[in-house]
Write a protein that binds this ligand. Structure first.
Ligand code: ZN
Ligand code: ZN
Ligand code: FE
Length: 735
């Protein structure tokens, strides 16, 4: 007779782990207990030695599909000769809160079948879920993950739901959000002040079919929907959202219909249908979508229904809808009922809502499948707050991220937990969202920071927040944090050359960096190469006006202004004088601004409606091809002058813009190889917003590998500033 105690940690709550343990113990005729605690699942089993060994093996090898065990430990316990049976104990919240909180999981095939089965008691029920699927992070208020600690606490289960919840053999055993039409959350539809509780979906379907705009309360916040085939509807949505040209995502009712509009390979299909169910960027092919959905963009952000509510609505619509965050401009997504009613009233013609509160905002995540694996642009619903595991344990660090695409991170023990996407901290609403998340995430994990890490830019709201906490502050240089985020994911043993290319970040010399090569070892780095500087007039305005980057490049060359900038002679004279006298002018090494400058010289864009628009236009012009490199010179820095001169000459000779762009991209890829060769370190990491560019990401990795280097790319973290907080936390931990 043997008795052991096992502590199992990882994503083991809310995934049917206890019933699994219960069934396994029953099958092996073992007695004992299992309990959820803040520190993981703890089980004690007792029985013949051989059966206990089998249990230990199978509890790991046969764990439920959505669970993820990160560690398990075991000890012998004195046998209890009188013990009978196996029991599931009540949760205990005395342990340290290290358990993994699961992200929200898209509707599983079993639940999907039920909501469309006419005789099932959950037929048509929009809040169906089980231990394999359903809301998690979006409803958790506290650990451990038990119903009273979730937004389901207000709903008392009916006898039949209660029976499922209590039956270890049932798929819904201890499924915390378990509910049915009798006892669970209810849908509500309201249009022009008139409520319809009888058939709320019917009102929503009618509105969308009429070309109206619907505010829908989803998993992590409100979404705005309209018929994606109707140009007037999409135009109207853009007008109300004040979103002129930035691409909108589309939800298709089925995979088949999505395939009729976009090219899709097996990996893309799998990602679309994964438990995280992100927006996946796909190459557009044909179809009947309104041009205003994604003007001038060969790609389309595609998603499939991921909650029962989305499934039920989309099945009745049977046409694609634009599905975008419920907000104005780039404000954070609205998720509280009162706030949504107030903020979205001017944007939506009707509301499809319900009475299950959302605990925290979670935007739809955005990803793409490349030849180098998945690439993330926005990490939120379906991914947050899965931890990043480190090989070492560090101090308790709160990292507050940068300014654009802000996220925060907390690090404790051997893990870094990156928050969901918060957004650009430029509006009061975004600042509020930042403060909410920076209070929420530490509270959930009972986390008190010993140290706070931030960007070294003193004007970022995140940096100012960090300095106001009264804790020791570690400022981490922006591009170092970019590379560090990649290091945190790969944890390489030796030094790594990191290429950090983006729009802007404050450098150690107080100039604006953005084309950096950093040799990273331990918590330190050496800046070993960079793009030669050029002047940029007008700070923030420069990011919105690519023509200002072009003016800076031409000024530096001493060349005449010979592109269709659209400025009046007076405006041009003012800018020229500012450049000449260094007024309101910064020196920059930014590759993002180099993209802007070249795009303006080629007259692809003189002004942009959203961040990255001109770089995207330049990328799209190349049509997926890298051309032969233009001449360049590598000294300490990379001299861009020969390339820009050649580009202007080509343009003036009438060479096609697509060909020039292909050669521009080809040149940048060769810069990576040339610097890597000179530095001579085996591993090269690519990071920063510029690598959202598929040609740089795939082409850069390919050429570096062909030249004998090993390439490290972001895997699960965003390639852009969304990963900065993770990098900051990693640097602080190592230091
Ligand atoms: Zn399910
Ligand atoms: Zn019920
Ligand atoms: Fe950046």
């Amino acid at each position: 007779m043997q008795r052991i105690r096992m502590i199992i940690q990882g994503a083991v709550q809310g995934v049917g782990f206890r019933p699994f343990v219960y069934r396994l113990a029953g099958e092996l005729n073992l007695t004992g207990t299992v309990a959820n605690t803040g520190g993981g699942v703890i089980t004690e089993v007792q029985g013949p030695r051989a059966a206990v060994s089998t249990f230990i093996r199978r509890v790991v090898s046969e764990a439920p599909p959505v669970s993820h065990i990160t560690s398990s430990s075991m000890e012998d316990r004195p046998p209890r000769p009188t013990e009978k049976g196996f029991v599931i104990l009540h949760s205990d919240d005395s342990q340290e809160k290290t358990v993994t909180i699961l992200p929200d999981i898209s509707t599983c095939p079993y639940c999907l079948r039920e909501i469309f089965a006419p005789r099932d008691r959950r037929h048509g029920y929009a809040f169906t879920n089980c231990t394999n699927c359903g809301p998690r992070f979006s409803i958790i208020n506290d650990l451990p993950y038990d119903r009273p600690n979730t937004e389901m606490r207000a709903f008392t289960q009916c006898p039949r739901c209660e029976a499922e919840y209590g039956d270890p053999a049932d798929r819904r055993f201890h499924a915390q959000p378990n509910a049915c039409g009798l006892c669970g959350p209810r849908l509500r539809f309201s249009r022009e002040g008139v409520e319809d509780d009888q058939d709320p979906l019917a009102g929503a379907v009618l509105l969308l079919a009429e070309g109206g705009i619907l505010a829908l309360k989803g998993i992590g916040g409100y979404q705005l929907l309209c018929d994606a085939r109707s140009e007037p509807a999409v135009q109207e949505l853009r007008r109300r959202k004040q979103r002129e040209e930035k691409p909108l995502a589309v939800m298709f009712p089925s995979l088949d219909l999505a395939k009729k509009h976009c090219h899709m390979n097996a990996a893309e299909e799998a990602l679309l249908q994964s438990p995280a169910a992100p927006i996946v960027l796909l190459r557009r092919e044909a179809g009947d979508l309104a041009p205003a959905v994604a003007p001038g963009n060969p790609d389309l952000g595609v998603m499939l229904p991921y909650s029962p509510l989305h499934h039920l609505l989309m099945a009745r619509l049977d046409f694609p809808v634009v599905c975008t965050s419920g907000n104005q401009h780039d404000e954070p997504i609205a998720f509280r009922e009162d706030d949504a009613r107030r903020r979205l009233a001017p944007l939506a013609d009707a509301f499809l809502t319900h009475d299950r509160p959302i605990a925290r905002h979670l935007d739809d995540s955005v990803a793409r499948v490349t030849s180098r694996g998945e690439q993330y642009f926005r990490r939120a619903r379906g991914y947050a707050p899965l931890p990043l595991r480190l090989q070492h344990s560090g101090p308790k660090v709160l990292a507050v991220g940068a300014h654009l695409k802000n996220t925060i991170a907390i690090a404790f023990n051997d893990q870094v937990i990156l928050s969901q996407h918060i957004g650009d901290l430029s509006t009061p609403e975004a600042h509020d969202a930042f403060k909410q998340v920076v209070a929420d995430l530490p509270r959930l994990y009972d986390f008190t920071p010993e140290l706070v890490a931030c960007d070294r830019h003193p004007d970022y709201l995140s940096s100012q927040y960090a300095h106001g906490l009264g804790l020791p502050v570690l400022e981490v240089q922006h591009h170092h944090a970019h590379v560090a985020a990649v290091l945190a994911e790969h944890q390489p043993a030796g030094p790594v050359l990191g290429a950090a290319w983006d729009g802007t970040g404050l450098g150690d010399d107080d100039t604006v960096w953005g084309g950096e090569f950093l040799l990273c070892a331990g918590a330190g780095y050496e800046r070993v190469a960079w793009l030669d500087t050029f002047p940029l007039v007008g700070g923030d305005a420069a990011a919105r006006e690519p023509r200002r980057s072009a003016l800076g490049l031409l000024y530096e060359l001493g060349w005449p202004v010979n592109f269709p900038h659209g400025l009046t002679p007076e405006e041009l004279a003012v800018l020229h004088q500012a450049l000449a006298q260094g007024i309101n002018t910064v020196m920059t090494t930014s590759i993002g601004r180099l993209f802007d400058g070249v795009a303006a010289l080629l007259d692809l864009r003189q002004l942009t409606a959203f961040e990255g628009q001109s770089a995207m236009a330049l990328e799209f012009a190349a049509k997926g091809k890298l051309g032969p490199a233009y001449p360049f010179e590598l000294k300490d820095s990379i001299d861009w002058r020969p390339m820009v001169k050649a580009i202007i000459n080509d343009r003036d000779r009438g060479v096609a813009v697509g060909e020039i762009s292909a050669r521009f991209h080809g040149t940048l890829v060769e810069w990576l190889v040339a610097v890597a060769r000179r530095v001579g370190v085996k591993q090269v990491a690519l990071s920063g917003g510029c690598f959202q560019n598929r040609l740089l990401w795939e082409g850069g990795a390919e050429r570096l590998e062909a030249a004998g280097f090993e390439v490290l790319l972001p895997r699960h973290l965003p390639v852009n500033d969304g990963a900065i907080a993770a990098g900051q936390a990693w640097v602080a931990g190592v230091r």
